[in-house]
Design a protein around this ligand. Structure first.
Ligand code: GLU
Length: 306
């Protein structure tokens, strides 16, 4: 298996430089397009890795399924479904042209920024700092890594330049989807959530727990009910890879979430968790070499769930 991963890393090398690191968050523009790493955890707990799997990067939108999970754990399925929709928007993650209808029906997709900002309000906690800390704790728990921290530089960069997210949050406020008056502190929680620093190993571990429907590797300890994993994995299939989710379903065929930091978390239900990192992005915001690598792994190991 490790040989296979190394072969894939080598074969995908020409694609690394075809992507571009995200530049709208200035700190992310520093990403090195030469990086490509992979980490896999099988259902028996065996691990395999190749390439730049030790390099840290910010989780960015890969935090959205964790946010959704925490919202489910704190509120249950019915309450989450009242505010959060499951239909793909077919639009970019930060699109401002949401329809009045989806806002009025409170049908906000949790894998785009607007839905993720709304989800921050569903997490329990006396303050938004406390809500973020609970999200960080859950991320550490799922990844089995207590050293996961916030990347302060990326967080400050997001906060300074995130005016489109600010616009989305105030739109939510105007439709009553954010009840708190302090919209800035909701945004702060979102910016911090995106700036959690992880590695491919962390993403593979988190993906593993979704793949085992809520159980930790080796110990088999149950962290959350299986029905939450079914919900999150289904949402990932339809909209985890931005408005490139259809193409990804055809080419790779597993629930997955990407982030503009270059990370991809791929969940192969009952079989494995995969973490990939390569900061060169395609025009949709997905890691270009990362998707190529997943496509090859899926073909070689018949991973498609379809
Ligand atoms: N922090 C990023 C933003 O809100 C996350 C975007 C992403 O990874 O899709 O713009």
């Amino acid at each position: 298996m490790e040989v296979l991963l190394e072969e894939i890393i080598e074969q995908c090398a020409p694609y690394k430089a075809l992507g571009k690191p995200a530049s709208y968050i200035p700190e992310l523009a520093k990403g090195d397009v030469n990086d490509l790493g992979m980490y896999v955890i099988l259902n028996n707990g065996q691990t395999f890795k190749a390439g730049d799997y030790k390099k840290p990067f910010t989780i960015q939108s890969v935090v959205k399924p964790i946010l959704l999970l925490l919202a489910l754990m704190d509120n249950g399925l019915d309450k989450v479904r009242e505010k959060i929709g499951v239909e793909a928007t077919g639009k970019p993650f930060d699109a401002i042209n949401v329809t009045d209808q989806s806002l009025q029906n409170q049908h906000i997709n949790p894998m785009v920024n607007m839905g993720a900002i709304a989800m921050c309000t569903l997490i329990s906690g006396a303050t938004y700092e406390e809500r973020f800390q609970r999200l960080l704790e859950l991320t550490r728990k799922l990844a089995g890594n207590n050293e996961i921290e916030l990347d302060e530089a990326v967080y400050l960069s997001e906060k300074r330049t995130g005016n489109k997210n600010r616009a989305l949050a105030y739109l939510l406020k105007s439709y009553g989807l954010i009840e708190d008056d302090d919209v800035e502190s909701v945004l702060d929680c979102y910016f911090k959530a995106c700036s959690i620093k992880v590695t491919c190993k962390d993403l593979a571990r988190i993906a593993y727990v979704f793949s085992s429907h809520g159980k930790m590797p080796i110990s088999d300890e149950r962290i959350f009910p299986a029905e939450f994993a079914h919900f999150v994995n289904a949402v990932l299939v339809t909209c985890g890879m931005y408005d490139g989710s259809g193409d990804f379903a055809v080419r790779v065929g597993v629930p997955a979430k990407s982030g503009v930091g270059g990370g991809i978390m791929a969940v192969v239900p009952t079989r494995m968790g995969i973490g990939i990192f390569s900061p060169g992005l395609d025009e949709k915001g997905n890691s270009l070499a990362g998707i190529k690598a997943l496509e090859q792994l899926s073909r070689k190991m018949y991973l498609s769930i379809f």
